[in-house]
Design a protein around this ligand. Structure first.
Ligand SMILES: Cc1cc2nc3c(=O)[nH]c(=O)nc-3n(C[C@H](O)[C@H](O)[C@H](O)COP(=O)(O)OP(=O)(O)OC[C@H]3O[C@@H](n4cnc5c(N)ncnc54)[C@H](O)[C@@H]3O)c2cc1C
Length: 435
């Protein structure tokens, strides 16, 4: 079959690789000059800047398998560290590297530093309650409602809220408890290695997008970068894909395909299906989105108790939830990124305000004096970083029309918008072609 894949984000690349492996003749269309979508790098160099700090989990089984299949040395590209939620002052918990998971999680919570006995017991009781209910709850429940009678306010503010915002990019007052529990079940309380944090050691482009592109070209697929799909139309049993851009001389084209996998952003997927499938398009267009801001700094070196540190955040003076040390710099400085997830309310005040507040927050957390310089290297705000994973949110299904499927992180499923969700969606669409 001739298969068109619209979009070369991680979902589109997964769909294209698996469809090519299944023997289909695949053409990938991508508006941008670089593949990778929201998890892309600015260029193909080893010093490229990414669209935002990304973290993978040991449980991203499909993503890791895909990376290996296109020739990536996963152990070199990602640094594996046991899950921990640690603050700059050393408070927090770290999962022990071995032992049965449920016991390990209980040990971690009971051994958490900076929490009183009442906090710890309430956290263990809460997790036992989740397990008792097999990590299920009504879809309409928010994370705040799930926690209403459970842990102490300290556990909620310093343990649960940071995990919720990191995983769902949605404030706990609105976040879906059902999706949050699914993430907890498969990570913190999941199989031994599923909870490990996998920290990229190279720009994102080298983790999947560029190796996948090279693999596709070597296996006979066509990849058309800088080529936007303008319109999709049904012509008898086939699909006409009208596109523009690309190499000079092939600026506009109309190609016929047997099947189309729509792996574009929600806005573009909704536009391309508006007249073809109005219901699907309306559900997709109705998704709202939440920004993530990534702030790169050069700051005086301080001891780091873990690779990734949680920061005490609030709505007034402290926007960032996590800090990552990327490496030492000359002159006793560290290269650091600060991440502000669920950044909608903060970004409304302007990215300069967010950056200044995050730097002040970092100074406070690491006891950096006013006369010590922190240099701001860059501020990147992705306004539509992920869809808002709110309680009861309606996500569109994979099947749009016969021969037209969606593959993206927002398609209906049990997990929030992540790289693994995108890859799974792409693989599911490719598998359905075969059927
Ligand atoms: C700042 C930030 C931090 C994040 N952190 C994490 C993290 O730590 N861990 C994690 O797992 N996830 C994280 N995510 C989420 C993750 O990046 C996304 O879930 C994932 O990349 C989505 O992939 P996708 O293929 O579904 O969509 P996209 O990446 O949006 O890909 C869609 C592609 O389609 C192309 N396109 C759109 N319209 C057209 C058209 N008409 N014709 C041709 N091409 C088109 C676009 O250019 C794009 O390349 C983060 C996201 C952001 C923005």
């Amino acid at each position: 079959m001739r298969v068109a894949v619209v979009g070369a984000g991680w979902a589109g690349l997964a769909a294209a690789v698996r469809a090519t492996q299944a023997g289909h003749q695949v053409t990938v269309f991508e508006t941008a000059g670089m593949p990778g979508g929201r998890a892309r790098s600015d260029d193909d160099s080893d010093a490229a800047t990414d669209n935002g700090q990304h973290i993978l989990l040991g449980g991203y089984a499909r993503t890791l398998a895909l990376m290996r299949d296109v020739g990536v040395d996963v152990d070199q590209a990602l640094r594996r560290v046991p899950l921990s939620l640690t603050y700059a002052d050393g408070a927090g918990f770290a999962l022990p590297p071995s032992g049965p998971r449920l016991l390990a999680a209980a040990r971690a919570l009971l051994g958490a530093r900076g929490f009183g006995l009442g906090d710890k017991l309430s956290a263990v009781a809460m997790s036992l309650g989740w397990q008792w209910r097999r990590f299920h709850c009504p879809p309409s429940l928010t994370v705040d409602e799930l926690l209403r009678h459970a842990p102490t306010s300290r556990v909620k503010r310093r343990l649960i809220e940071p995990l919720c915002v990191a995983a769902l990019n949605t404030p706990s007052a609105e976040a879906s408890a059902e999706v949050f529990l699914a993430v907890m079940r498969d990570s913190l309380f999941g199989a031994r290695e599923a909870s490990d944090l996998l920290v990229p050691q190279r720009p994102l482009a080298h983790l999947l997008p560029l190796p996948a592109l090279a693999w596709l070209r070597a296996h006979g697929a066509t990849v058309r970068l800088r080529t936007r799909v303008d319109q999709l139309a049904q012509v008898e049993n086939r699909w006409r894909v009208a596109s523009s851009g690309g190499d000079p001389g092939s600026r506009e084209s109309d190609d016929l395909f047997d099947q189309v996998i729509l792996a574009a952003s929600a806005a573009e997927a909704a536009r391309l299906t508006r007249t073809l499938a109005p219901g699907w398009s309306a559900t997709t267009a109705a998704l709202s989105h939440e920004p993530i801001v990534t702030i790169a700094l050069n700051a005086p070196a301080r001891p780091w108790p873990a690779a990734m540190l949680a920061l005490e955040s609030d709505d007034t003076g402290a926007p960032a939830q996590f800090a990552f040390k990327l490496g030492p710099q000359a002159g006793g400085h560290d290269r650091v990124t600060l991440v502000v997830s669920a950044a909608g309310r903060w970004l409304a005040r302007g990215s300069d305000v967010v950056a200044a507040a995050a730097i002040a927050q970092y100074r406070h957390a690491f006891h950096i004096r006013d006369d010590e310089e922190i240099r701001l290297d860059s501020v990147r705000a992705d306004k539509r970083a992920t869809f808002r994973c709110t309680a009861g949110v309606a996500r569109p299904p994979r099947d749009i029309l016969p021969g037209l499927q969606a593959a993206a992180d927002f398609v209906a499923g049990p997990y929030p918008a992540t790289l693994e969700t995108a890859v799974r969606a792409g693989e599911a669409a490719a598998l359905a072609l075969v059927r």
